[in-house]
Write a protein that binds this ligand. Sequence first.
Ligand code: FAS
Ligand code: PHB
Length: 390
Amino acid sequence: MRTQVGIIGAGPAGLLLSRLLTLQGVDNVVLENRSREYVEARIRAGILEQHTVDTLTDAGLGDRLHREGLEHHGIYLQYPGTRHKLDFPELCGRTVWVYGQTEVTKDLIKAQLDGGPPLLFEVSDVTPEDVDSDSPRIRFTDAEGNPQVLECDVIAGTDGFHGPSRAVVQQGSPGRTWERTYPYAWLGVLADAAPATDELIYAWHPEGFGLYSMRSPTVSRLYLQVDPSEKIEDWSDDRIWDNLAKRFALDGWELTTGTITEKSVLPMRSFVSAPMRRGRLFLAGDAAHIVPPTGAKGLNLAVADVTLLASALVRLLTEGRTDLVDSYSDRALARVWRCTHFSWSMTSMLHRSGDDFDAELQLSQLRRVCSSEPAARELAENYTGLPLDV
Ligand code: FAS
Ligand code: PHB
């Protein structure tokens, strides 16, 4: 097999990169080790920045998003006795959209299978080779168990945190990684319950953080800060609803409960790997970085990476110019660190560490953001998405 760009991983990063390259006449093949059903069922992100919405729309993937997505004009910050609205259009002139990553992935896969380039599911033993040469290749075993070799001009490692690509980059360069594991996790819940709020609530509470999100006018997506050692089987639906009601409690307001259709405990970490390139192998998305979901950055950062990478690869493969591929890693990492800092700062401001000194600092910062326009604007600009080249 031969193609211009071999893409490892059919998550949002790999699928969107494939779409953007295809629209520019660059042929590519996407290799995915899981099944289509598994990939489409993974419940993850929920918030899209305007840039992400614009990129999907410009790529011809915005119809269902604009039909079913919910445009949100702000978020609420809550601490005991106060629920304060940050008005994004007033603060920074931008909005965000609520549209689950599962839906983005379904739209991308549908477009890919509807006349798009090859997307091979359930492959295995995927190994990038000769990435320091101008003719790298990917060895893999196809779904039928046949050994295959995909000859490429370029390989994109969009294979997430557990994929093989990052290790290949790290082996070749004097690279390095940074990691911070947080002393808490999120218990995530999907429920058939009409959200009891028009926009997301980020709540600080003495017993722990709570996030009230949603997927539609009839489906709520909620998160509770828990200890990382918590086992989901120890959390009955009643215990979950009781804790959520406590963390969002406000006079004159009531939580809407319903049937819980999914629940899981999600670990939280910050992780950055540099550089995001080795020769003809380029990393994008979770393959290169992980952020705690408090800032709603993970999916949007993956989209930003592939927007930069797609332009760089088109210029390399259609004009033979290397300027954008040579600057890709530095430009992508500048935004990665900005989003890493923002996600860390939102996480540190809102999650209880158990230390009362920390609690006073957090409450002071929350009161500052809720009372100072410049402080609120800084949060709003980061949350709704900074320009690609920060
Ligand atoms: P992905 O991990 O989505 O995709 C990588 C793909 O590569 C996967 O399909 C994987 O199966 C495939 N792959 C791996 N190894 C392979 C191999 N050897 N061969 C071929 N394919 C291989 N972000 C938010 O903004 N908000 C959230 O609430 C949020 N919640 C999250 C919850 C969880 C449990 C996780 C893990 C992440 C969450 N994220 C969230 C972040 C998430 O949305 C990611 O940022 C986003 O999926 C990044 O997309 P990709 O870079 O494409 O990586
Ligand atoms: C979600 O809806 O899943 C979601 C929203 C905002 C976040 C994290 C997750 O910060």
